[in-house]
Design a protein around this ligand. Structure first.
Ligand SMILES: *Cc1c(COP(=O)(O)O)cnc(C)c1O
Length: 800
């Protein structure tokens, strides 16, 4: 998997020949074994998620009807449709669910889930409000509303207005009233879609839908001026509350509820993907699009839909029925109460909030800021959320709460096992020790080193690994990347002291997170803070590193100017030079050339700006707009284009990456365009970009220097030339790199073996840095940008 090798993902070839039945079966069986089941004792207990084992009746119907492959496209509660086959089953199931939700009459259809149903409701609401004369449409909901509401607002390009959740965790009627008053004061006519929730995902609580409906009705009746629509997200509670607490009026029994979404795959014992959208008669037309080629009017979001899924839903509505659902959810409420007992046994001071009528328990634990041990949370798939909480002294503060779902598959035995685990996990946990007093740096350090953590001028090696899994032998899929990010955002602690040992001179410092064992943990560095730094990685980082075991960075004296590159030399653990990198730009965004013995790499727009950190966990993406790699062979072979891979269009803006915590994914290396070339090191001919088939305009990239540029590689006089020319403007540069440069550099920049870092003597590393500095300085000086934007890389004694 290329993804695990270097963080980038490319496509696979489509298989030419089929797998044998045996091999196919084996591969599928292996993947099936990775999908947890529900019923055997070894199956994980997913306490933090509202999901459960599907009902056998649904699975049976699904299997029988899937072979017929019926398409239920369209809506079958209208115009006398739904008289046959799976369409009839859908119509009957949807109308029965309309009855469950106390509607006299409804339209509706089976969706892929609640996201789609809410999109359908908000789309009809928006169009209906526009038809009623609204210029702008606003979606009003609680900040605790499921993100599908914000998603629908984004898709429909309407304004989300999420009210802060107060200590009740509900959308309060008074809040709605105040918001309506504020919106009524806006110029123009604003339409408002209010979204109430029957069963919040985090808490299981139900908004006072009927009182919110009253506020809307009053507004309308008193000529308040705002056209209004009311959608109820009953994904979680809609198929539970009617059976556990039929008096909760979250549904169509209030006349000011216009549409409701249910999620049978969440709380109705259906397999994925099955939601149901329901709305009052007369509204579906607001989402109607004629399909003249097919001869019908489409009033749904999705188009083709599974008839077999409708059959499966029908089999539960009529085969389980109210009696069956009542029994299932009453039992679930008992299990929930048993869960509450387990929590109380482990933490008598925990705050417990069982949702009325919903098999959800919310618990705020009393110690460690309410946080449960990570191992327990992972084992039981527990999710914590910060919610506003009224402390005993009356102040409202954020507090961490976990939610527990007592879904129907959960047995008393599961709960008792959890009780034991929770009691164990919370027993005898020492109060967190007071943080050790921060050690102060030596008083004679210069400002640049006083807080290395904030100011370090060194480049940074970022190691990404799952929390607590730093050891690459135990966890090979970790990464160590080299990036431009300075240490500022990464918050690591480094300590420094002036170097006074052999080879010392004023102005030289050594640093490490732990100066008593400098090579054991993360890295050891020597720096002249105005000029350069040499860093040696520890053993773990060396194993993870994709770019070498030691790095020499040259950055001074003084501030870098855009015409002088930052220079970086990377060394393998055995001391052999790996590459020299010339970076033109700033620390985070640069155009660069990497020179290897057997390759030249030009990176246009290497962007390390999205490196972020949460706790010990890094997330990042190193995005390079265009990477041009030239493989050098030991002969005079003429240039060849090996391949051009176009992963993304550089002309379109790309969104920054999210924090890993939000993203749940390993880091990326992302390239808009990759160009692989090859050429013999002794090739002396000339070839233009056009001659390579890469002429004018074929290659575009986002450069650090000139934004969108044309990239034109060519060869002349034994050198690679890469021209960057600004598109639609002036400016650009030419990188000129002799093909023999990389073979010459290792002799100029001899290294020191660092594969056994604990055995290193700091004095040897300091001496090494002092030897590297003048050579690196000469290399960089030669690569200064000249008139006409020429950037000529060369080395003393090397072919040029
Ligand atoms: C689960 C859930 C959703 C989203 O449902 P999908 O079926 O994943 O589309 C929406 N709202 C609430 C309240 C939910 O609990």
């Amino acid at each position: 998997m290329p993804d695990l090798d270097d963080g980038s993902t490319e496509t696979d070839t489509f298989p030419e020949t089929p797998l044998s039945p045996g091999a196919l079966r084996q591969a599928l069986d292996a993947r099936l074994a990775e999908v947890p089941g529900w019923h055997s004792p070894g199956d994980p207990v997913r306490l933090g998620f509202a999901m459960t084992a599907p009902h056998p009746l649904a699975l049976d119907a699904l299997e029988r009807f899937t072979a017929r492959n019926a398409n239920n496209v369209g809506v079958h509660t209208r115009f006398g449709g739904g008289t046959h086959g799976t369409r009839r089953l859908e119509r009957e199931a949807v109308l029965a669910l309309g009855g469950l939700l106390r509607a006299d009459s409804v339209d509706g259809y089976v969706t892929g889930g609640a996201n789609e149903g809410t999109l359908a409701g908000l789309r009809i609401g928006r169009n209906a409000l526009r038809a009623a004369g609204a210029r702008e449409v606003v979606v009003l909901a609680s900040a605790l509303t499921h993100h599908s509401v914000a998603k629908a607002a984004e898709i429909l390009d309407i304004e989300p207005r999420l009210c802060p959740a107060g200590p009740s965790w509900l959308l309060e009627p008074e809040t709605v009233r105040a918001e309506l008053a504020a919106l009524a004061a806006r110029p123009g006519r604003t339409g408002v879609i209010v979204v109430s929730t029957a069963g919040y995902y985090n808490t299981g609580l139900v908004d006072p839908v009927d009182r919110i409906g009253d506020v809307l009705r009053e507004h309308a009746a008193s000529g308040g001026g705002l056209p209004l629509f009311h959608h109820v997200d009953a994904a979680h509670g809609g198929m539970i509350l009617p059976f556990t607490d039929p008096d909760v009026a979250f549904d169509f029994r209030h006349p000011f509820v216009h549409s409701v979404v249910l999620d049978p795959h969440k709380s109705g014992l259906m397999p994925y993907s099955c939601g149901v959208f329901l709305c009052r008669k007369g509204l579906l037309g607001h989402g109607a699009v004629p399909a003249p080629m097919s001869g019908f009017v489409d009033e749904t979001i999705t188009g083709s839909r599974s008839g077999a899924m409708a059959a499966a839903l029908w089999s539960l509505v009529f085969g389980v029925a109210a009696e069956g659902y009542r029994e299932v959810f009453r039992a679930a409420l008992d299990v929930r109460d048993r869960l509450a007992g387990a929590v109380r046994a482990a933490d008598p001071d925990a705050v417990l909030l069982p949702a009325p009528g919903n098999p959800v328990l919310v618990a705020g634990f009393s110690r460690d800021g309410g946080r449960l041990p990570a191992e327990l949370a992972a084992r039981y798939r527990l999710v914590g959320n910060k919610l506003p909480w009224t402390a005993p002294d009356g102040r409202v503060e954020e507090r961490l709460f976990y939610h527990f779902y007592a879904m129907p598959h959960l047995t008393r035995e599961h709960v008792d096992g959890f009780r034991t685990a929770l009691v164990d996990a919370l027993a005898d946990r020492p109060e967190p020790a007071a943080a050790p007093a921060a050690r102060r740096p030596a008083p004679d350090l210069p400002d640049a080193l006083r807080n290395l953590r904030r100011d370090s001028v060194c480049l940074r090696h970022v190691v990404v690994h799952p929390p607590g899994r730093r050891d690459p032998d135990g966890y090979p899929h970790a990464y160590s990347f080299h990036t431009f990010q300075d240490r500022a955002g990464l918050g690591e602690e480094l300590r420094a002291r002036p170097w006074t040992g052999d080879g010392g001179r004023p102005g030289l410092y050594v640093y490490a997170p732990d100066l008593d064992a400098p090579f054991a943990n993360e890295l050891f560095g020597v720096t002249d803070p105005e000029r350069y730094a040499l860093e040696v990685l520890d053993r773990n980082q060396q194993k993870l590193s994709l770019v070498g075991a030691a790095h020499f960075a040259l950055f001074g004296p003084g501030r870098r100017t855009p015409d002088r590159p930052l220079l970086l030399a990377n060394f393998h653990a055995d001391g052999v030079l790996r590459s020299v990198e010339y970076k033109y730009g700033d620390r985070r965004l640069a155009d660069e050339v990497q020179v290897f013995a057997d390759a030249l790499v030009v990176k246009v727009g290497k962007d390390g700006r999205s490196v972020r950190r949460t706790g010990d966990d890094y997330s990042f993406s190193l995005d390079t707009s265009l990477e041009l790699r030239v493989r050098l062979t030991d002969d005079a072979a003429p240039p060849e284009v090996v391949r051009v891979a176009r992963h993304a269009d550089p002309a379109l803006p790309r969104r920054r990456h999210l924090l890993r915590g939000q993203y749940h994914r390993f880091p990326n290396r992302f390239f808009d365009v990759i160009v692989d070339l090859s050429v013999g090191r002794r090739f002396r001919g000339a070839t233009t970009a056009a001659g390579l088939g890469l002429h004018d305009g074929r290659l575009l990239a986002r450069s650090a220097g000139w934004d969108l540029v044309r990239v034109e590689p060519s060869y002349a006089d034994g050198a690679l030339e890469v021209r960057l020319a600004a598109v639609g403007g002036t400016g650009g540069c030419v990188f000129r790199v002799p093909l023999g440069l990389g073979a010459h550099l290792p002799a100029l920049l001899p290294g020191v073996p660092v594969g056994d870092p604990e055995r290193l003597d700091p004095a040897d590393v300091v001496g090494w840095a002092a030897r590297l500095h003048p050579v690196a300085e000469a290399l960089r000086e030669a690569a200064r940008t000249r008139d006409g934007g020429l950037r000529r890389l060369s080395a003393p004694g090397a072919p040029s």
